[in-house]
Write a new protein. Structure first.
Length: 146
């Protein structure tokens, strides 16, 4: 059995992610997507990790309605948290460790605020949709005067 990772050219990555090739290139350009490997012919080669990242970007953009800047901030915080925790596991207790963890808590606090703001927007949209639904249902239940 071959244990080599799955690799895809940009056309396949675009098809599997539902994005355009241009969108994928743009996400690379602005740093949302790590640069892919290249073939000898300089074609981009994507892995399953790239596809997972693209799915996460799509989810944050479409499901939560975040801007690309907000998506980038969230992804950077996740990477920072994971990297910092890994590096601090072997670090002794101290002011540097405490300071770094406090910084991460502040970043995550901002993320919680952003999520709460998005939740409030979704709740407002839900409330207005419910009101419209009720209006239409009442109009349907009211006999017309013809």
């Amino acid at each position: 059995m071959d244990a080599s990772p799955i690799t895809l050219q940009i056309e396949e990555a675009a098809q599997r992610s539902g994005l355009t090739k241009r969108a994928i290139r743009y996400y690379e350009e602005v740093g949302l997507l790590p640069p892919p490997g290249r073939t000898e012919g300089r074609y981009r080669i994507y892995t399953e990790l790239h596809l997972e990242r693209l799915r996460k970007i799509i989810s944050l953009r479409e499901t939560l309605g975040l801007t690309l800047q907000q998506v980038q901030e969230l992804l950077l915080v996740e990477e920072d948290v994971e990297g910092t925790i890994q590096s601090l596991r072997s670090s002794p207790q101290g002011a540097v460790r405490t300071g770094r963890l406090q910084t991460l808590l502040a970043l995550l606090g901002r993320r919680q605020v952003l999520i709460q703001q998005q939740r409030e927007k979704i709740q407002a949209l839900e409330a207005s949709t419910n009101e419209l639904y009720d209006k239409v249902a009442r109009a349907l239940a009211t006999p017309s005067k013809e």
